[in-house]
Design a protein around this ligand. Structure first.
Ligand code: CA
Length: 228
């Protein structure tokens, strides 16, 4: 299931978008102003953002720019005027697509699906199922070996499973509870402290500066994400 964030201050439009997306099998959340939209958009929880241009507290231009600095997910901008689109394109904010109001909900859903599958192909071409290579860190799941700039790093079984799991889902935030469930199994004995300890050990091994991690980031109050 994909998570879509709708940033829209007009309730009737937000609800229309939500209803059509949910009918089509997406999870949605709505942010009713720009400040909340930016905060939620940066949480790493969403696969795609539908972003209104004119919003209270912060406009869609600034939100798009700030999200683009940190995350590589599709952003569909919604504007009231066709003229805005040319202007936004000229600004090069990095939005993936533009929809003008009033829009046909079915067309919006079609575009959402198209952009999600395009991004999956992009990420899929960088990350094959057996090997992940990001900024000098290479993880080979067939041989279960990890290299940092061609130097082999020895990991325990669980450290490897944890690293490979996070790296296969780059830029997504996983809570400690979810990580524990996926790596140790629901029936395993233990608690989320196990995850914290393993993350710390992994960082000591793979991060050039474990106090300033560039691969496994802490997202305060949410969990961890592997930054691609
Ligand atoms: Ca608006």
């Amino acid at each position: 299931m994909k998570n879509i964030l709708i940033v829209e201050d007009e309730p009737s439009i937000a609800e229309l978008q939500r209803d059509y997306l949910e009918i089509n099998g997406f999870y949605t959340d709505i942010a009713v102003n720009g400040a909340i939209g930016l905060e939620m958009g940066l949480s790493g929880k969403y696969d795609l953002i539908i972003l209104d241009l004119m919003l209270p507290l912060m406009n869609g231009f600034d939100i798009c720019r700030k999200i683009r600095e940190q995350l590589n997910i599709p952003i569909l901008m919604v504007t009231a005027k066709q003229e805005d689109i040319d202007m936004i394109r000229g600004l090069g904010l990095g939005a993936d697509d533009y929809i003008t109001k009033p829009f046909k909900p079915a067309e919006m859903v079609a575009r959402v699906k198209a952009h999600l599958s395009r991004y999956e192909r992009l990420i899929g071409s960088k990350i094959s199922s057996n090997e992940v290579e990001i900024r000098g860190l290479r993880i080979d799941s067939d041989s279960r070996r990890v290299f940092l700039n061609d130097d082999e790093i020895t990991l325990t079984t669980k450290e490897f499973d944890l690293l490979f799991y996070l790296a296969q889902h780059p830029n997504r935030v996983f809570s400690k509870e979810l990580i524990f469930e996926r790596i140790w199994g629901i029936d395993a004995m233990g608690d989320t402290q196990t995850v914290t300890v393993h993350i710390r050990k992994l960082r000591e091994k793979i991060e050039p500066d474990s106090a300033n991690p560039q691969y496994i980031e802490t997202v305060w109050g949410a969990g961890y994400r592997f930054r691609a």
